[in-house]
Design a protein around this ligand. Structure first.
Ligand code: PEP
Length: 248
């Protein structure tokens, strides 16, 4: 059976003071259990996460990584630097990066490889826009996004990624995919992974993301192919994030 993972995506939110209070709340309220928990912080706060979370059962990670190993890439952050700050995870291919920074499926695949090479687990995000869903293109779009990553990985590498299905129309909008809608896409994604390696596909955690909240988490997380959540807004409030972890 796959362990569940609940990962918070803080996006470009926080401050030293706000993070300290959020992390203290999480540490105080977390019941040790059988669920993996992580927070993905803006890069400047990774050192703070490392200092505050070291020795706790909460892992930390980043929200993006450079496709390059090192060198003259002003403003970028290398995977090896994330490892230096103890990151377990890095989000790659978030829809906000794809939309605002023009990240292609191929670039996302290369970033996935770069994270794996450094020993950081990529949380690879895929998802369709509302327009694409309404045009009946969900499987085509989301399948294409995941296939680009699959082409770049062998089975052993595949076994070291986390996948996140995040319908773009559900991110930060308060609209959530119904458990049935999400399960349908998750099952399609697992079938794609199975085509590469059926055994490995059964082990890969596939998270749902998109307005996951305490009041809808339980139903979503009860679906057979939903192995956790990637949580944006609700991860900024300790009580809400803890409630989602409790549901998982
Ligand atoms: C996200 O940013 O990955 C996300 C799922 O955001 P929200 O939970 O706010 O919709």
């Amino acid at each position: 059976m796959r362990r569940k993972l609940v990962a918070g995506n803080w996006k470009m939110n926080g401050s030293l003071a706000a993070n300290a209070s959020l992390l203290a709340g999480l540490k105080a309220g977390l019941q040790e259990g059988s669920c993996d928990v992580a927070v993905c912080a803006p890069a400047p706060y990774l050192a703070q996460c490392q200092a505050e979370l070291k020795g706790s059962s909460i892992a930390w990670g980043a929200q993006d990584v450079s496709v390059h190993e090192s060198g003259a890439y002003t403003g970028e952050v290398a995977a090896s630097m994330l490892l230096d700050f103890g990151c377990t995870y890095v989000i790659v291919g978030h829809s906000e990066r794809r939309a605002y920074h023009g990240e292609s499926n191929e670039l996302v695949a290369q970033k996935t490889v770069r994270a794996l090479a450094a020993g950081v687990t990529p949380i690879v995000c895929v998802g369709e826009t509302l327009q694409e869903r309404e045009a009946g293109q969900t499987d085509l779009v989301v399948g294409g996004q995941v296939d680009a990553v699959l082409e770049a990985l062998d089975a052993a590498q595949l076994g070291r990624i986390v996948l996140a299905y995040e319908p773009v129309w559900a991110i930060g909008t308060g609209k959530t995919a119904t458990p049935g809608m999400a399960q349908e896409v998750h099952a399609m994604l697992r079938a794609r992974l199975s085509a590469k390696d059926a055994g490995v596909a059964q082990k890969v955690q596939i998270l749902y993301g998109g307005s996951m909240k305490p009041d809808n988490a339980r139903e979503l997380l009860a679906m057979p192919d939903i192995d956790g959540g990637l949580v944006g807004g609700a991860a900024l409030k300790a009580a809400d994030f803890l409630a989602i972890i409790g549901a998982a």
